[in-house]
Design a protein around this ligand. Sequence first.
Ligand code: AMP
Ligand code: TRP
Length: 330
Amino acid sequence: MKRMLSGIKPTGQLTLGNYIGALKNFVAYQDEYEMIAFIANLHCITVYQDPQELKKNLKDAVALYLACGLDPNKATVFLQTDVLEHAQLGFIMSCNTYMGELNRMTQFKDKQAKGETNLTAGLYTYPTLMSADILMYDADYVPVGEDQKQHVELCRDTAIRFNHKYGDTFKVPEPLVPKVGARIMSLSDPTKKMSKSDHGDKGCIYLLDDLNVARKKIMSAVTDSLAKVQFDPVNQPGISNLLQIHSSLSGVSIDDLVKQFENSGYGEFKKAVADVVCQELSKIQAAYKDVIASGQIEAVLEDGANKARRIASRKLSKIQRKIGIEIRKR
Ligand code: AMP
Ligand code: TRP
C-alpha cells in the first residue's frame, strides 16, 4: 500500500480552506493509502502563539481531524512534538538545503514583502522541518493545498540531492493538490487566500463557526457587478471562489453548477452555497461534540505517536549512519 502523509498547523481554529484543500482529502484517501496525518505543532510556533489558546487549538485540531472522518484505526494520527525525531531530522535537512532555495519560497517572501518585522529564523527554515516530516516516513504522496506545493517541491529537490550525496535514503514524494478547491479565497477579499490569521474577519469560515455566523459570512461575500454566475477567477474571483466551495463540498462539477445557476441572481446562488456549507459544518460539529464527549483524544494520540515513533526511530538511525554521525547501533 502506498503511503500518504500530511499535516496542519494548529495556529488557530481550522478553516473551511483547511478542510477543502487538505483535511477532506486525507479522509477520502485513508482507505486507499496508508495515511499518516499529524498536527504540526512545531511549525505553528514559527509565529508567536498565546500558550493557553494554542493548547485549546491543538486539542480542537485533533478532535476535528477525527470529526471530519479520519479513522484512527486506519490512519496514524499524532502530534509532531510527540515524535522527537522530527526536530533532529529537521536540523539535518536544514544542513542539506541551500539558503538560495529558502530565499525563493514565496510564503516567506510574501511576509517579508508585506514589511512584517521580527520574522523568526524558524519561519525562514520551516520548509526544512517540513521536508523532515515527509521524508522521515518515506511518503509517496503529500496531499496539500496550493500554497504548500512549493514546499513539497523543495522537499523533493532536497531528497534527490541527499540520495545523490549519501546513497539511496529517501523516497521522493509527490504533492497531491486537489483540482478544485486547492486555494479557497477570503470571502471579504477574494484576491487573498482564506486564512486562519484573518482574525475576526468575515472572510474566513471556521469549522466550528456558529451556523448562522457562517451563513452570514457567505451571504455577505464580496462578488462583482456582472450579475452572472460564471467561472472566471480573474474577472469574477468572488463568484468563482463560491463555485469552488460549492463544487468541492457537493461534488457537483463547476460546469454543472454554472448551468444550474445561469438564470439566478447572486442572492439565490449564495443561499445555495450557504446551504451546502452549513450542511457540512453541522455534520462536522455534531461529530466534534461526540469526539470531545468520548474522551478518546489522548488515547488516539498515544497510539498514533507509538506507531509513528517506530517508523521514525529506525529511519533516523539509518540516516545518521549514512551521514556518518552515528557510532553505536541504536
Ligand atoms: P495550514 O493551515 O497553513 O497549516 O495549512 C494546512 C493545509 O491546509 C495545507 O495543506 C494548506 O495548503 C491547506 N490550506 C490552508 N488554507 C487553504 C485555503 N485557503 N485553501 C485551500 N487549502 C488551504
Ligand atoms: N507547512 C504546512 C502548512 O503550513 C503544514 C505541514 C507541516 C505539512 N509539515 C507538513 C504539510 C508535512 C504536509 C506535509 O500548511
